[in-house]
Ligand binder design. Sequence first.
Ligand code: F6R
Length: 601
Amino acid sequence: MCGIIGYIGERDAAEVLVDGLKRLEYRGYDSVGIVTEEGRLFIKKGAGKINDLKEKLGLTNLPGRRGIGHTRWATHGIPNDINAHPHTDCTGKIAIVHNGIIENYIELREKLEGSGHEFKSDTDTEVIAHLIEEELKSSKLFEDALRRALLQLKGSFALGIIYTDDKGHLYFVRNESPLVLGIGNGEMFAASDIPAFLPYTNKVVFLDDGEYAVVGKDSFYVKDLKTGNIKDKKIHEINWTLEMAEKQGYAHFMLKEIHEQAKAVKDAIYGNLETIDKVAEEIANYEKVFVVAMGTSYHAGIGAKYFLQRLANKVVLVEEASEFRYEFEDIVDGNSLVIAITQSGETADTLAAIKLAKRKGAKVLSVVNVVGSMATRLSDLVIYTYAGPEIGVAATKTYVTQLTVLAMLAIALAKRLGTVDGKYIKLLEGQLQDLPKYVEAVLGYENKIKALAEELVNKRDFFYIGRGVSVATALEGALKLKEISYIHAEGLSAGELKHGPLALVEEGVPVVAIAPTGKTFDKMVSNIQEVNARKGLVISLGDNEELEKVSQVFLKMPRIDELLSPVVYIVPLQLLAYHLAVLRGNDPDKPRNLAKSVTVE
Ligand code: F6R
């Protein structure tokens, strides 16, 4: 996730900025840049790591006592020197750093290009600099021009802005992307995360959505973006350690990432509004569809199979990439579409499957989180998940965003192919927009789930059952539990239960039943009764209150179409795995024997 730092005071700004950026490194980044001012703007930026760029570009050799720095996690535009922030207007007097996504940047860019603005990068950020420049033509006051420009932006953004001619100030804006001010003595800071300036000050002001701050070295004020009215802001004293601050007060990165999921899903939706239909157009006519992935991404692939089957009438084969690469050589061909799902874009088995598919002439679409990763370079088409960097080893927000974009793709295909009723499409589209709200709602179950984890902490085996698209949730719920709590868990389709695994269900064995209303709800209730007959402990998730009568624990889920339910239903199961892991004394961020990215076969 991009990191922002700003400084104004008496110190050497470049030193403070680079120092602050290093403390934001844990957020993940691919490029770095800083801008300082002394009579004019001085900018150094490039793709790569801070220490390397410090050597190569002399990042700290910039004059001035005010400036802004940025670490970029690419969203629009590949990671390279040009796309690195800051971005400037045509005059080179305004420089901007940005965290987030500007949803209407294409429309704004076209308009600005039409009035003669020349763009240097592929980013959505650069439009903001030109937009302010444009507004400055009709306003003498920089703050007015800035406000008028900001009111035209749609999307999520945290911004740091510097203008050569406005001596003595920096500007910061927050809208759905974090930004905090640091209040020093004769100096001020701003950053996307407190650790960036924690060694200098522990006095902070949290900006809220729709607010901007005008910051001088001795004073600041915050205004409401819409009304322009001054806001009364409280100065908080922070007594966190640096490590606590990095996790924004959450005990672990995994918990922080679980709680970021509503926003991640929203970014995934808005980040893909333009692309999804173009991708759908390119793949609509393929009849042979393979989905390849590993681990959690493979479970998103199971979800994708149901989305594509039910909505686009495609016959879909989902294969672990490690199997596909050895078993499908003679089957995949020029008439095949291979969808590779990989958050890192670097998983060795998935890359090998992509290479095989390419060799055989197949069309390859990858669904990836890390922009510019190897999978994106090998593929014909890419859909990004925009989840931001995931630091916890166990995948959480990348999974829900994979499911989200794959559901969007299936809906776009259904529209194009006319495979399902228009009314149903409308319903799905409406519910898709509401997914962030549903995710937020189920996050509210955390205390209940924590209490449940306390009851279950000594259990030895868990079963997770579901039917249809909920098989993905069953498999993923079980995987989360295994990998961080080290409790044995099996995820399976509920129909399989009585063909063997039921033999292991005895008194008190937890069976998590994923049972949204849908085609197979009644069958799920029968499976639950089979468990009850063996005195198993049924924990059910669903929207139908009938489930309460047949379960020891019932988690009431929002009423949502079965097909979209995996995005929401996995959230309580992630929380259950997390709390069980913590209660058992494990570090959920670093499960034993596992690595974040498996780059060997
Ligand atoms: C589980 C997990 C792994 C990954 C798998 C694939 O929580 O994170 O199972 O899903 O290693 O990784 P990517 O998606 O990077 O290809």
